[in-house]
Design a protein around this ligand. Structure first.
Ligand SMILES: Cc1cc2nc3c(=O)[nH]c(=O)nc-3n(C[C@H](O)[C@H](O)[C@H](O)COP(=O)(O)O)c2cc1C
Length: 385
């Protein structure tokens, strides 16, 4: 399939579903328990409808957004996704370089396998997302490493204090730490393209991949081993006190990801943080949590007007992005569709998906009768009846 034949995010997903072993596709697609929140994220877009204006003279338009004094080409970026490299060889590099070329932010997950120093060198300005331990002795050297590597934006995920009940992974035999099972071997045999271009290529070029970005130690630990102290090492102890301490220690921007309650957004402002991402982890943590788009307005209302509120969860179309912006979001992050694009067509796939989304944002901004995304607000949207 040539790049131009991909017309929407769905085309990438259809191909990714065929190319990836089902346990890998399932790891990406899955939510927790009954998938209520994952599905709610998508359904929520139906609850809002646009109120377009006509005769608005929209021949010249801009979808650029400003964040902490920096201008981004479009109001969306790539969300952090752990273990992305099992879907495409060097997937994080692909995300970092493609996002940088398109003028968009990319958030590198701490659960990644390419040393963060390499990614920052390749794509200066990449953000880092951590599942931080509630232990200052471990935190301090990790933050020092990030500073040395040149990271300026630290994203702290707060919706994963413990591992969630991802039954689908258990049923499919997918685990982290990774285990080579009979079913994986069978799926490898039945997906030779993935076996050769992802699995074997990775093993031959770097051996068993290592989680190199979890702590201060760049050698990390192999993806098939349990690190000392456990994979989630002390995350359940992280609290606001740690955030206040990180604020004193970290000179760059701090963004809380996984904010779902207006009170947490208010506390983030009080702690001197720089932004929040309204998120439920794509429905991969607390099942039954409200859809991101539904959580957004109350969070926006709880913080000062210029405090950046970002959002992710279920965004698939330019119109989805525009709805969130109209409801007060500054930036939207896209998760699964980016993995699908990378799995289906590598760097070109991610670049094409970005192009599709930019075009959708631009076309629909015009149809809304709005020339500048910065002027898109509640006047253009209403609750659907
Ligand atoms: C495969 C996968 C891995 C993820 N890993 C992380 C992670 O390491 N850190 C994190 O904060 N969020 C992680 N997330 C959540 C995403 O950052 C984001 O919140 C979510 O995917 C957005 O929803 P969407 O996939 O519907 O766009 C992951 C999501 C997926 C699908």
């Amino acid at each position: 399939m040539s790049r131009r034949q991909f017309l929407s995010h769905q085309d990438f997903e259809d191909l990714a579903r065929r190319r990836l072993p089902s346990m890998v596709y399932g790891y990406v697609a899955g939510g927790t328990e009954d998938g209520l929140t994952r599905d709610a994220n998508r359904q929520a877009f139906r609850d809002y409808a646009f109120m377009p204006r006509g005769l608005a003279g929209i021949a010249v338009r801009s979808q650029a957004v400003e964040l902490w004094g920096q201008t981004w080409a479009s109001p969306f970026g790539i969300a952090p996704m752990g273990v992305a490299a099992i879907c495409r060889h060097q997937c994080d590099r692909i995300f970092a370089s493609t996002a940088a070329q398109a003028g968009l932010p990319f958030i590198l997950s701490g659960l990644s396998t390419e040393p963060l120093e390499n990614i920052q060198r390749q794509a200066p300005g990449t953000w880092y997302q951590g599942y931080l331990p509630g232990d200052k002795q471990k935190l301090e050297p990790l933050l020092a490493r990030l500073k040395r590597a040149g990271f300026e934006v630290l994203v702290v995920t707060i919706d994963t204090p413990v591992g969630a009940n991802r039954e689908n992974n258990q049923r499919a035999g997918f685990t982290i730490p990774f285990k080579l099972s009979a079913s994986l071997v069978w799926q490898g045999l039945t997906h030779p393209r993935w076996s050769l271009s992802v699995f074997m290529r990775t093993l031959l070029s770097q051996g068993i991949p290592r989680f190199t970005n979890v702590s201060a130690d760049p050698s990390g630990f192999r993806i098939n081993e349990e690190p000392a102290g456990g994979l989630r090492g002390g995350r359940d102890r992280l609290d606001w006190e740690h955030l206040r301490w990180i604020r004193k220690y970290w000179p760059g921007k701090i963004v809380l990801k996984g904010v779902a309650h207006p009170e947490d957004a208010r506390l983030a402002v009080e702690c001197g943080l720089d932004g929040v991402i309204v998120s439920n982890h794509g429905g991969r943590q607390l099942d039954g949590a409200q859809a991101s788009l539904h959580a957004l307005p109350a969070v926006v209302a709880a913080v000062p007007a210029d405090f950046p509120v970002m959002v992710d969860g279920g965004f698939r179309r330019g119109t989805d992005i525009l709805k969130a912006i109209a409801l007060g979001a500054r930036m939207v992050f896209i998760g699964r569709p980016m993995i699908h694009a990378a799995a289906a067509h590598g760097e070109q796939g991610v670049a094409r998906l970005i192009e599709i989304l930019k075009t959708e944002v631009d076309t629909n901004l015009a149809l809304l009768g709005c020339t500048d995304l910065r002027e898109l607000d509640g006047r253009y949207i209403t609750k659907a009846r």
